[in-house]
Design a protein. Structure first.
Length: 381
């Protein structure tokens, strides 16, 4: 038998003993608030350590005094549930009964066997709800356009101009940087392979076709979705949190006419210009890298580019820019208007907006690839 005295005679003690191969711990002393004042942390840590030994028998019958503070200390050491082996007096049991009612043991969660089906159904109906919301918002925007055609004086030129500057002019820097680097990477990856087969001149075909038709619009759309799309969603979300949207409703100003439509028009105009800018800078980076890697003449590359890439590919890229820009703005406004007046919903809505916009951009690119699969791929002779 081993004994460990914590302080004085009235201080809480514990004794460990082993009999017939069974270990037990006997609590003695005063387990009261006054007695535990100086030894609270030490006693709590020791009792928690012993509570991890499931085979240990707890004997509380020799405790001289115990109040609610001592009972709470022991109850928390047990993990808010009775140990498997326990000896206790009736007056002590009353204290633990109250604690058990106040802190019931956590119930073991049983996952429903149909949880995959339930999760899939929940996701499906959530997707359908968002799809209907986007379609409804699109219809409202179309009605606003018809209204502005009949009342041209109410066209929000100032809002459109401000959104053009934010989504177009301010995005030129990041799109140029990423486009230039992608052009360099693409050129370095293909120039050496073509040089091995003596087909150096075809680097212009690869760079022109891939950048003008695919990479330029995709890079611009993804960057704008992450930059401008998130900004639009956050702007509308903050207006929801600060109750500015409610104030506009009270004043009779429709959200779609003054907030949504200018963003869609501005991004629909700005995106093809950003696509053209990104593609030009990416081609510049690719041609410079090819010049350094395989000695491709810069003037020759520029002069042979129109013959290597049919002009239809340029129109396809610009068309992707228009569709992707308007889609990004529509999705961003949809999620922004659905944000609830709390910060958690603001962050979640912004994240969902960016993810949905990028997914929609990739889907649009796939649709364009299928629809225009026979357009602009054959070089006229």
């Amino acid at each position: 038998m081993s004994a460990n005295r914590l302080s004085e005679e009235i201080s809480p003690w514990y004794q460990l003993s082993t009999s017939n191969g069974a270990s037990s711990i006997k609590l003695t002393g005063h387990y009261t608030l006054i007695a535990l004042d100086q030894e609270l942390l030490k006693v709590a840590s020791r009792l928690k350590y012993f509570a991890t030994q499931s085979e240990l028998h707890w004997d509380l019958t020799n405790i001289q005094q115990m109040d609610h503070a001592g009972a709470v200390l022991i109850w928390r050491a047990w993990g808010k549930q009775y140990p498997s082996r326990l000896s206790i007096r009736p007056d002590q049991e009353k204290l633990f009964v109250h604690l058990e009612k106040a802190h019931p043991a956590p119930k073991s969660e049983r996952r429903d066997l149909l949880w995959p089906v339930l999760t899939l159904g929940r996701r499906f109906f959530l997707f359908w709800d968002h799809l209907l919301g986007i379609i409804t918002l699109s219809g409202q925007v179309l009605l606003d356009i018809l209204y502005l055609i009949r009342h041209p004086r109410q066209i929000p030129f100032r809002e459109i101009s401000a959104n053009l500057f934010r989504t177009g002019a301010q995005a030129l820097g990041i799109t140029a940087l990423v486009g230039f680097l992608i052009g360099i990477v693409l050129s370095y990856l293909t120039s050496e392979q073509l040089h091995t087969f003596g087909a150096d001149v075809f680097i212009i075909n690869i760079l022109g076709m891939s950048i003008i038709r695919e990479l330029g619009p995709m890079l611009a759309a993804i960057l704008v979705a992450g930059r401008s799309g998130s900004s639009m969603t956050a702007q509308l979300g903050v207006m929801r949190v600060t109750e500015e949207l409610d104030a506009l409703t009270v004043m009779g100003i429709p959200h779609s006419l003054r907030l949504v439509l200018p963003k869609i028009i501005a991004l629909g105009i700005a995106m093809p210009l950003v696509v053209l800018w990104t593609s030009a800078v990416a081609l510049l980076g690719g041609i410079l890298a090819a010049d350094l890697q395989i000695g491709l003449n810069f003037n020759y590359a520029l002069s042979s580019l129109p013959d290597a890439v049919p002009v239809a590919n340029l129109w396809i890229g610009l068309g992707k820019g228009v569709v992707c820009g308007m889609t990004i703005a529509l999705i961003a406004c949809h999620f922004g208007l659905r944000i609830k007046p709390n910060t958690e919903s603001l962050g979640e809505g912004t994240t969902n907006s960016v993810v949905t916009s990028i997914t929609a951009v990739i889907l649009i690119d796939a649709i364009f690839a299928v629809v225009f699969s026979n357009v602009g791929l054959k070089i006229p002779r």
